[in-house]
Design a protein around this ligand. Structure first.
Ligand code: SF4
Ligand code: SF4
Length: 219
């Protein structure tokens, strides 16, 4: 979820919104797949990523785990899925032999924004350019919204904010508990409610998320 970063070190010192222009366009990543390798457990997946992946691939969450495309790891005390980097080159399971992403049209949110990152502050977030992460040059300017290329971008941002701060509140709550069984059951509940329980592919994701989110908040 959160990383402690020095924005002066990692960015161009600016924050961007959806309508801003940013020098992030690396020309279709021609000949490069650096950010699809060696990323460890850092490409954490949110419920919308899983909705897109399960719908796009016609696979269940369990199948994605079995096929080792994704794995589970602890993020600030909560078990969450991430893209699995595997093999001698530690590469994402969706990277094909030509070095291209096989699931480009429904790739996860973090892949879509790269080399941008999200900077969370005051219950909201803005984008920043991670200046050391993508070495491809020259880069050209592109509108953030176009770069991210996600339908209903504002609605998507609202979902990302809700999910981020919800997890943050839960992980804060976990800091004050010693109870292993509570930690375990909380993670199991989140996994079951937001990832394992299939989303209906023909229904709007955000509607389904809100239903589950309300249930979770009641609990
Ligand atoms: S490192 Fe940059 S150019 Fe290379 S695949 Fe990632 S975003 Fe594209
Ligand atoms: S899903 Fe696609 S873009 Fe994202 S890391 Fe894997 S191969 Fe790269």
């Amino acid at each position: 979820m959160d990383r402690e970063i020095d924005m002066k070190e990692v960015s161009d010192g600016k924050l961007y919104g959806l309508r801003d222009m940013v020098k992030a366009d690396c020309g279709g990543c021609e000949g490069c797949s650096d950010c699809c390798r060696g990323m460890g457990t850092s490409i954490v997946l949110d419920p919308y990523d899983i909705y897109r992946l399960t719908r796009g691939l016609n696979r269940s969450f369990e199948q994605l785990l079995e096929e080792e495309k994704i794995e589970l790891n602890l993020v600030e005390g909560i078990v969450l899925p991430n893209l699995k980097m595997a093999g001698p080159k530690e590469q994402c399971g969706f990277l094909n032999s030509e070095g291209r992403c096989e699931i480009h049209s429904f790739r996860p949110g973090m892949c879509r924004i790269f080399p941008l990152g999200r900077y969370y502050e005051n219950g909201c977030f803005q984008y920043f350019l991670q200046v050391h992460e993508c070495k491809k040059e020259p880069k050209t300017k592109v509108k953030v919204q176009k770069w991210i290329d996600t339908p209903n971008p504002k609605q998507n941002e609202n979902f990302i904010i809700e999910w981020h701060y919800f997890l943050k509140a839960l992980s804060k709550r976990l800091e004050y508990t010693e109870e292993g069984s509570f930690r375990k059951s909380l993670s199991m509940y989140l996994l079951k409610s937001f990832y394992l329980r299939p989303y209906e592919p023909e229904r709007d994701f955000y509607e389904q998320f809100q239903e589950r989110f309300l249930e979770a908040k009641k609990l």
